[in-house]
Design a protein around this ligand. Sequence first.
Ligand SMILES: [Zn+2]
Length: 320
Amino acid sequence: MFHVSRRDLVVGAAGAFAAFGLDKPLAFIGAAQAQTTPAGPAFKKYQVGDIEVFSLYDGVWEKPHDENFIKQANVEQTKAELKAGGLTDAFVPIPFTVLAVKTGGRLVLIDSGTGSGQTGGPKAGLFLQSMAAAGLDPKDVKTIVISHFHFDHILGLMAKETNAQMFPEAEIIVPAAELKWWTQPVESIPAPRQANAKRVQATLQTWKNVKPVDGEADVAPGVRQIPTHGHTQGHSSHVISSGGKQFIASGDVTNIYGLFAKHPDWQAAFDHVPDMAVETRKKLFDRAIADKAMVAGYHWGLPNVGTLAKDGNGYAFVAA
Ligand SMILES: [Zn+2]
């Protein structure tokens, strides 16, 4: 057992990189910071000035390998990086983690989870149990802000068979550009995304409690929507600020960090506008480093909150 803080490991790796003239970053950063996927409901709590932020675990999709997943890497390379990051290489583990924010006397959710496992496979759907474990009551949710409309982020808003609202009393704030893209005529949407579009059009498009918000704007006390387009045409992130502290809920600016923060140029099949997604990723992460902000990712497991550091051509995640 060696007693080195996580931060020292990153600094140590950067130092070794310089000292030994290595031509690429050392892999042990990833292994030391392996993404974890709890076996059952789980949560973690963070403080941002006066604001409390809860990470609520919603399970994991064990995605089978597929040659078309990453444009710049084949399955063998993907497996090698998963192993280097301390993860299984039997499949790609893609966890889901919803955030709840206690701010200005109200409870705000950032995204809504897989809808009790309506998507994400048999190990997804723990969100409501994790919420209960954290002592939070869904009835207290007054505002829900949504990063984008992929199923793993919005199905928690609606019942499986009926599409009935799960949070009818809450205001649902969505990026205007996202609503616009998914509500264009279904024929103009690429075929693999049409089922997603139809569900959006049957629900969010018609619900009276949905409020589209354009561009950058405050959406709750201390919570600001910022456009981070690329993953989808309207994808947005949320900056939580209080007492001089900053916390960036990055949403899907990257998928799992062991692959896509380490290799920010890698493009996942989930990205709608891949080149813009890469540009956005680097811009947001550079901002997070410059601002010394805490960063959360929706697909980063638990803990899914920490800081980022430059690591060669990529970024290393250091859990808080
Ligand atoms: Zn997602």
